[in-house]
Design a protein around this ligand. Structure first.
Ligand code: HEC
Length: 144
């Protein structure tokens, strides 16, 4: 009779072990890696490569990394709507450059793209071009 209990205990231990592992695997962490250089110049492609991980492909804030951020990336298609129908160009540009505007960017989860694109390319026109391509793209996707 006693022998029958052994497998039961074994199975129980296994089950608890597995559920612990599953809980552990569900804990999300973000590993920051340096931005990879790119040859892309279109705003849409740049957005897909550098922004979608947090902001989501549709820019509505549900990128795969969003859940692990301290602050929600928000819905980038609503910027104009929330600004009386006018695209807040200066504020978005300031966000890219890490200057004021949106709360303390240096300490926030939103990377400072101005610096990242500048350090990625020795050609200033190219890095400025990428910033403006992204700015135009974000303006293009505004909800009407
Ligand atoms: C690591 C995650 C992450 C990545 C990658 C990222 N963002 Fe963000 N972004 C955020 C977070 C979080 C906020 C909100 C910051 C805050 O409110 O302090 C934000 C805010 C913004 C805002 C300001 C929205 C507003 O209300 O004014 C803009 C614009 C923006 N991001 C554009 C971009 C673009 C373009 C890229 C790609 C070049 C990008 N983001 C990449 C996390 C990210």
């Amino acid at each position: 009779m006693k022998r029958h209990f052994v497998p039961v205990y074994l199975i129980l231990a296994l089950a608890t072990g597995l559920s612990c592992l599953a809980a552990f695997a569900q804990e999300k962490t973000i590993t920051k890696v340096p931005a990879k250089p790119t040859t892309a110049t279109s705003g849409k492609e740049l957005f897909r490569q550098y922004c979608a991980v947090c902001h989501g492909q549709d820019a509505k804030g549900a990128g795969p990394a969003a859940a692990a951020l301290k602050k929600s990336p928000g819905d980038l298609t609503q910027l104009s709507r929330k600004n009386n129908g006018k695209f807040p160009e200066q504020r978005v540009l300031a966000t890219f450059k890490g200057e004021g505007g949106v709360t303390a960017h240096g300490s926030a989860d939103m990377p400072i793209w101005g610096t990242i694109f500048t350090s990625m390319s020795s050609n200033l026109n190219e890095s400025q071009g990428r910033i403006y391509a992204l700015l135009n793209y974000v303006e293009e996707i505004q909800a009407k």
